[in-house]
Design a protein. Structure first.
Length: 215
């Protein structure tokens, strides 16, 4: 499922982020292209901006209205997924590839004890934790830190259970944290840093550069 209900406010889009153009096409369409090319994907469900379900469904996918928060959108979409493994992806990561999708699913499928596998990149910056007044409290050891991305693949039952508590959904920044809280074992698949999330106009320009190099 693809979460595509974001407002695009930080991007200054003036409308849903999923419909912002990147290299002449909406962000959502780049992710759809990758998922259609992935050999492990049987069906695509998109959590669309409320009121935009019709225009999203015209792209040949199952569309459902997104929720107020990201994990609420995921919960709405997962209810329509009938497979044993569900892949969650953000439309804001348009540089995803079919190879990455298949690799994440493959790693999860090869480990029967795992509840999920997430794409992530090793942290290369020095990370500091700050408190009141932005005063540095400590420097974290980056050796074990990973910047989490999507796609994220989960056993469908484990994900549904993790999403079953509505009170926990608003604070969730990704679905893996909800699965982890339920005791689920989550694996990391090292993904390329270029699988960036488009949040600012600068991100959009960088994504266009990466696409031009691929072409």
């Amino acid at each position: 499922m693809i979460a595509a209900a974001g407002s695009g406010e930080r991007l200054g889009a003036g409308g849903p982020k999923a419909f912002v153009e990147l290299a002449g096409r909406p962000l959502l369409d780049w992710s759809l292209e990758a998922f259609r090319a992935a050999s492990t994907i049987a069906e695509i469900v998109v959590a669309a901006p409320p009121g935009q379900e019709g225009s999203v469904a015209e792209r040949g996918v199952v569309a459902v209205a997104g929720g107020e928060h990201r994990s609420e959108s995921v919960a709405n979409a997962v209810e329509l997924c009938g497979e044993e493994i569900v892949v969650v992806h953000d439309a804001a990561r348009p540089l995803v590839t079919a190879a990455l999708i298949d690799a994440v699913v493959g790693q999860l499928a090869s480990d029967e004890e795992a509840a999920g596998t997430i794409a992530a990149a090793p942290v290369t910056d020095t990370i500091k934790q700050a408190g009141h007044g932005r005063q540095v409290e400590r420097t974290l050891d980056r050796a074990g830190l990973w910047a989490v991305q999507t796609p994220q693949a989960f056993r469908a039952d484990a994900l549904r259970e993790a999403l079953s508590d509505p009170d926990s959904l608003p604070e969730a920044t990704d679905d893996a944290m909800l699965v982890e809280r339920r005791g689920g074992r989550v694996l990391i698949y090292q993904a390329p840093a270029e699988n960036l999330k488009v949040t600012t106009p600068l991100d959009l320009r960088v994504a266009e550069l990466v696409l031009s190099e691929r072409a």
